[in-house]
Write a protein that binds this ligand. Structure first.
Ligand SMILES: Nc1ncnc2c1ncn2[C@@H]1O[C@H](COP(=O)(O)OP(=O)(O)O)[C@@H](O)[C@H]1O
Ligand SMILES: CC(=O)N[C@@H](CCC(=O)OP(=O)(O)O)C(=O)O
Length: 264
């Protein structure tokens, strides 16, 4: 089976032009079929504040009212996505910008209102809601899809979907067709035993250790949904998941030891 690397890059790197350029150069040099998924929550929050839109997050997810949906569609689908695609083109990587609405790539449902109304935030119900054929078509043309964290509801509305989730559901849906490896790249060296100490990378985390790390508060905040998405991908046929430093992307994609390996 052909190999496919799916690489997610988080908001803190996107917000730092020097680190972003370095990451994109390394990403462009990764050989074979690949997909980039970007976040950008930090940039959406700061541009929103300039426009008088106060960010509201609950458990790492943005409450997306109608005005915020316009903001994130502009920032994720426009500004960030097109800047990343243009930089990749300059680096010789034939990137094509995507949201879930383009080519009906990812269909989602508005998150049901329970204690919290997340507004236009979308959940992807499973890999049946990913149009694998669209993505396979792009890859077969040697294009590199670059996904923004946006989906659509099939009824004419865009939805805001967490970028870690987009990466995980794409990996899962493509696992029957490719040998998929999923990499979560961010500003730290991996999952750390001590969040303040970059030398404390935990080399491997399985489900038992994850429970302990959660119970003792070693992992918190955005790392919890990231790890949940990592285990979900492994349980559904993704070959490997690694969480590590954006600067180590080419090493990780080449099979080298870096960051934290997630195992069941
Ligand atoms: N044990 C841990 N190791 C590393 N990061 C952790 C840990 N626990 C919590 N975090 C937090 O998780 C964040 C990464 O999640 P998130 O903000 O969603 O990342 P991304 O930049 O990929 O969107 C880190 O910036 C850090 O603040
Ligand atoms: C619904 C929801 O919360 N969507 C996220 C999408 C962006 C994202 O995930 O960005 P990072 O990867 O940089 O955090 C948000 O708007 O913040």
């Amino acid at each position: 089976m052909q190999e496919l690397n799916i690489i997610k890059i988080g908001g803190n790197i996107l917000d730092n032009p020097t680190q972003l350029h370095r990451f994109l150069s390394d990403f462009a040099s990764v050989s074979g079929a690949k997909i980039l998924v970007h976040g950008g929550g930090k940039i959406a929050s700061s541009i929103g504040q300039r426009l008088g839109i106060t960010p509201k997050m609950v458990e790492g997810r943005r409450i997306t009212d109608a005005e915020t949906l316009e903001l994130v569609t502009m920032v994720y689908g426009g500004l960030i996505n097109k800047q990343v695609v243009a930089q990749l083109q300059a680096l010789g990587c034939n990137a094509i910008g995507m949201t879930g609405a383009d080519g009906n790539a990812i269909y989602a449902q508005k998150r049901p209102v329970r204690e919290v109304d997340y507004g236009y935030a979308g959940d992807v119900a499973g890999s049946k809601n990913i149009n694998a054929a669209t993505i396979q078509g792009l890859l077969s043309l040697d294009l590199t899809p670059v996904f923004a964290p946006l989906t659509h509801d099939g009824d004419g509305s865009m939805l805001n979907t967490n970028a870690d989730t987009i990466a995980s559901v794409l990996a899962t849906a493509l696992a029957p067709h490719y040998e998929v490896k999923l990499f979560y790249c961010f500003e730290k060296m991996g999952v750390l035993q001590d969040a303040e100490d970059d030398n404390s990378v935990i080399p491997e985390i399985n489900k038992t250790l994850y429970k302990e790390l959660k119970d003792t508060g070693v992992v918190s905040l955005g790392m919890i949904p990231k790890l949940d998405n990592a285990f979900a991908a492994l349980e559904q046929g993704v070959r490997a998941v690694q969480i590590g430093d954006a600067a180590a992307v080419s090493r990780m994609a080449a099979g080298g030891k870096a960051g934290t390996l997630i195992t069941l």
